[in-house]
Design a protein around this ligand. Structure first.
Ligand SMILES: *Cc1c(COP(=O)(O)O)cnc(C)c1O
Length: 486
């Protein structure tokens, strides 16, 4: 026997060490969860050189004990990062992940199912498809629906553009954009998520192909402006193929008028995509679902499970009413891949090839807490959002957005009235920085149609009414510290 065959595998550590490793990890995870609320939401500052020096200690020349490395990594993550799991993280749409999701990630990593081919992981594929069908049903999309789990909303939106191009321009699939007479253009609101620009770049459409339609006073797409832009494009020989409605814009939570958009899409024979990355989760609440009215008319939809559904990152969901166009967009066959069993090999129906089981963490959340659990959560969060709006108003902050979603954008009225847009941005940014620096809450500045504001979003299921009150106190202190320009 060759000598290397007598050596044990260095990766095969055996059951006792596995137990120890998992216990160590669980202890660290619990310690983080139990302690995070007592520390600052974000580091006051960080020094990348220091972080690189810390990680650079691992030059991989000598092995370390797993326990020591894990503890060290947990310390680094604690010290140098914004804690989206903190109950007073009122930030971007990053959730505190639910525990079923954390457990699901462990199970997924350990079983490591390969979802490229259906026959490799039929149970895993069916788990994902079951969740996607349930979501489609709650959104009112007719079956059959094609769907896939994605890394996030950006990949789901990329899928939408590919499918819209493939549906609209039969020559696109084989001969590409160059074969299309005229420049294809798409429309999304000026407040939409700007992944559309990257997607236009990636697909070869070019960034100029994205028409950012002006918004009204509520930051919703202005349909008259859309009609004007569309008419001008058609007159100029452009080829409109896609309308995007955003249900819950990232900046201010605006809900574009979907029925009007659907009417335009029908009139112009364009694909309608609804980007409900954050707010799509309200579909689980009978009370709040009417906010999404019109979404059932979409040709495709994006919902992120790693936002309001509180699944750990990354978990996006893409749904489409056009299974044929989806299959046409991602078709391929190779000799080395197992043959398609039921016509639903994920690698021939989505962007990714090798793919992890993304949907288990989402399935577990739904299976354990039920649709009712999610309904309660989104209703509770919207109530906290209303409380936040009231509290902020009582403290003299003026709200500038009017969404029913728990995303409140406020300005100091004196600053907003007296300072130039650039100065107002600098002032509101300074207030947000001051809040973050004090460590008790995390908020960010935002521009809505160019107007500077503080963006306050309920994103953690750990957030309570007392946290909302504490946030407004912190904002008041920050305002005093920064000072109102006389
Ligand atoms: C977050 C977001 C996206 C991008 O999703 P990722 O999960 O970050 O890739 C797209 N659209 C909207 C409206 C979003 O809020």
């Amino acid at each position: 026997m060759e000598s290397w065959l007598r050596k044990p595998s260095p990766l095969d550590i055996g059951p006792e060490q596995v137990d120890e490793l998992l216990e160590t990890t669980v202890t660290l995870v619990r310690k983080h969860a139990d302690g995070v609320a007592d520390g600052p939401v974000a580091p006051v500052s960080f020094d990348s050189d220091q972080i690189r020096k810390w990680v650079g200690e691992y030059d991989f020349s000598t092995p370390h004990s797993a326990e020591s490395v894990l503890a060290d990594v947990a310390t680094g993550l604690t010290q140098w990062g914004v804690h989206t799991t903190h109950p007073r993280y009122f930030g971007l749409f990053n959730p505190t992940p639910h525990w079923w999701g954390v457990a699901g990630e462990l199970l997924t990593a350990a079983f490591n199912p390969q979802l490229a081919a259906y026959s490799h992981a039929p149970a895993a594929v069916e788990i994902e498809q079951h969740v996607l069908r349930f979501l489609a049903n709650r959104l009112g999309l007719p079956s059959p629906v094609a769907g896939s789990f994605t890394t996030g909303g950006a990949e789901a939106n990329l899928s939408a553009v590919l499918i819209a191009l493939t549906r609209h321009f039969p020559e696109y699939a084989d001969r590409g954009l160059a074969a299309i007479p005229g420049q294809p253009v798409l429309y999304a609101s000026a407040e939409s998520h700007l992944a559309w620009l990257k997607i236009a770049h990636m697909t070869g459409l070019g960034r100029d192909a994205v028409r950012l339609v002006p918004v009204d006073d509520s930051y919703r797409m202005d349909i008259d402006e859309l009609r004007r832009l569309h008419a001008a494009d058609v007159a100029a020989g452009m080829r409109p193929f896609l309308l995007v409605g955003t249900s819950g814009t990232t900046g201010g939570g605006a809900l574009d008028p979907l029925p009007e958009l659907a009417a335009c899409a029908a009139e112009w024979n364009t694909h309608l995509h609804v980007d409900a990355a954050w707010a799509g989760t309200v579909a689980f609440s009978d009370e709040l679902r009417p906010m999404l009215a019109g979404i059932e008319q979409a040709d495709s939809v994006t919902v992120d499970a790693h936002k309001w559904m509180s699944a750990p990152m990354g978990a996006g969901m893409f749904l489409s009413k056009h299974p044929q166009a989806v299959a046409e967009s991602f078709r391929v066959s190779t000799s080395y891949m197992p043959a398609d069993t039921v016509g639903s090999d994920p690698y021939t129906n989505s962007v990714q090839w090798s793919r992890r089981l993304i949907g288990l963490k989402v399935f577990l959340g739904l299976a354990v807490t039920g649709q009712g659990g999610y309904a309660t959560q989104v209703e509770r969060d919207t109530a906290l959002g209303r409380l936040l709006a009231v509290r902020a108003k009582e403290s003299g902050w003026h709200r500038i957005n009017d969404t029913p979603l728990p995303l409140v954008c406020v300005v100091d009225p004196a600053v907003d009235a007296r300072l130039s847009p650039a100065e107002s941005w600098a002032w509101h940014s300074a207030v947000a920085d001051k809040v973050v620096e004090r460590g008790q809450a995390w908020i960010s500045p935002v521009r809505l149609s160019g107007r500077a504001a503080l963006r306050l979003c309920i994103t953690s299921y750990r957030t309570e009414a007392a946290d909302v009150a504490a946030l407004v106190e912190e904002m008041d202190k920050a305002r005093t510290a920064v000072g109102i320009p006389g």
